[in-house]
Design a binder for this molecule. Structure first.
Ligand SMILES: [Fe+2]
Length: 451
């Protein structure tokens, strides 16, 4: 797999990330339209009710002024108020009033300045009389406040009403009491402020959707460019990964085939073990670059046909540390260090460079160790012929629990046969399979761009 091939699935215009962006954008715009419509409807309905309430309060205030002008003498002296006469006067006064389209007053209660009730009147016309009586009976004396009329929204019998408090004063400004009125909005008014809200909400939703329809192609285009750019960056990173790994592999071998094989073997074990995506990427990067530090090993040691002597072997071991130095400079390759630094450790703690044991060795490195040794055993080297599949598996088994993690060996034993058959067929097989594997696991990384 070179720069130009194998990555089309990631680079392609129909990359899943594009579809994801497309879908997300549509969903978010639709959600925004709905949310704005809902908020607008509620706000308009509330504003409309406040406006209507204001009208009702003003209306009540006007009526109170007229009543006061006509019958003010009935309560001019709070100590000698004739409640019955006042009640009759209120009823007569109300009977003479023209109905207003907003709604109607359905109950009155008059309070003395000391907060004791003076009289109350119920108008039975609106069919909610029992609820009205219950609501008014529950009222406590209102505070005279600053002398201005005020309204308080409330629900009576499940319908919107307004309690209007009107302080009553004589011309000299002395408090004569408080008139408390319950105003029921007419069904037409209730329908009107509901339908006004709904209509406003629909208009807003339409406006948002229209705006979204205009900006959608622009956002999609810009997002698409960011996605393309990111995909190209990922491609470039992956090309670098392969180029670097292959350059090293070709230094001590005729081909880079070993690199592809061990990466494929490792990835298949990792998949079989159910490694999460981030671990899979670590494993793939680490497998490709496991021996990157060999760039620092002199040819006389690296290319020596026979076995290394003790001093040469010590020198060879330093390739792990060289690997750390090389990868330490790349943020994107940091995670590969888990494999690079530990790929010569053994589970019994007899490996190098640190001699760590068991689970102190990252799982990715324990997986890679099995793949690496299996491939070395089944490959031809200048100093040996390849072992057969059966022999190689036996040798791995001998290292169970000392060199290799038994869990990894068990998984490898399950999948090794068919994998080996495919690898034997041609060097192209691991490249092709690996191209699919990289698409799968690195595409996830692309999709994490969404966050
Ligand atoms: Fe190595």
């Amino acid at each position: 797999m070179t720069a130009g091939e194998g990555n089309e699935g990631i680079r392609g215009r129909r990359h899943p990330l594009r579809r994801f962006v497309h879908r997300t954008l549509l969903l978010r715009l639709a959600a925004a339209a709905l949310a704005l419509a809902a908020v607008t409807s509620a706000t308009v309905a509330l504003l409309e009710r406040n406006r209507v309430s204001g009208d009702a309060v003003a209306h009540a205030l006007g009526r109170a002024d007229r009543f006061h002008a006509l019958h003010g003498e009935l309560y001019a002296d709070p100590a000698r108020v004739d409640a019955s006469a006042l009640r009759d006067a209120l009823l007569a006064f109300r009977g003479n009033l023209e109905k207003i389209s907003l709604g109607d007053f359905v109950a009155f209660r008059l309070w003395r300045p000391d907060g004791t009730p003076l009289t109350e009147i119920y108008l039975e016309a609106n069919g909610t009389a029992p609820e009205v009586r219950a609501a008014v009976a529950g009222w406590t004396a209102p505070r005279p406040g600053d002398g201005k009329a005020r309204g308080e929204a409330m629900r009576v019998g499940g319908k919107p009403h307004l309690r209007i408090v009107l302080p009553i004063r004589d011309p000299a400004g002395n408090a004569l009491g408080v008139a408390d009125a319950l105003f029921a909005f007419s069904p037409e008014t209730i329908r009107a402020f509901r339908s006004d809200g709904l209509r406003a909400g629909l208009w807003i939703a339409l406006a948002v959707l229209l705006t979204a329809a205009f900006i959608y192609p622009v956002v999609l285009h810009l997002t698409g460019r960011v996605v393309d750019f990111s995909v190209r960056l990922l491609d470039a990173n992956m090309d670098t990964l392969e180029t670097l790994g292959n350059a090293i592999a070709q230094r001590d071998s005729d081909t880079d085939a070993h690199n592809y094989r061990v990466t494929l073997l490792s990835a298949r074990i990792g998949e079989e073990m159910g490694l999460p995506a981030a671990e899979m990427r670590t494993l793939i990067k680490g497998a490709f670059l496991h021996d990157v530090g060999k760039i620092g090993i002199p040819d006389r040691v690296l290319l020596k046909p026979g076995r290394l002597d003790a001093a040469e072997f010590e020198l060879m071991k330093t390739h792990v540390e060289h690997g750390r130095e090389i990868l330490g400079r790349s943020a994107w390759l940091q995670d590969a260090l888990n494999v690079v630094l530990y790929h010569h450790e053994t589970v019994a703690g007899k490996g190098y460079p640190r001699g760590v044991a068991g689970e102190e060795i990252p799982l990715t490195a324990r997986i890679f160790a099995v793949a690496d040794v299996f491939d070395a055993l089944t490959s031809k080297r200048p100093y040996k012929n390849p072992f057969s599949f059966g022999q190689a598996m036996e040798i791995l088994e001998e290292g169970r629990g000392t060199h290799f993690d038994p869990k990894v060996l068990d998984v490898f034993a399950r999948i090794a046969g068919p994998l080996y058959e495919r690898l034997e067929r041609s060097d192209a097989v691991p490249r092709e399979e690996l191209s699919g594997i990289m698409r799968t696991w690195f595409r996830d990384e692309m999709e994490s761009l969404e966050y």
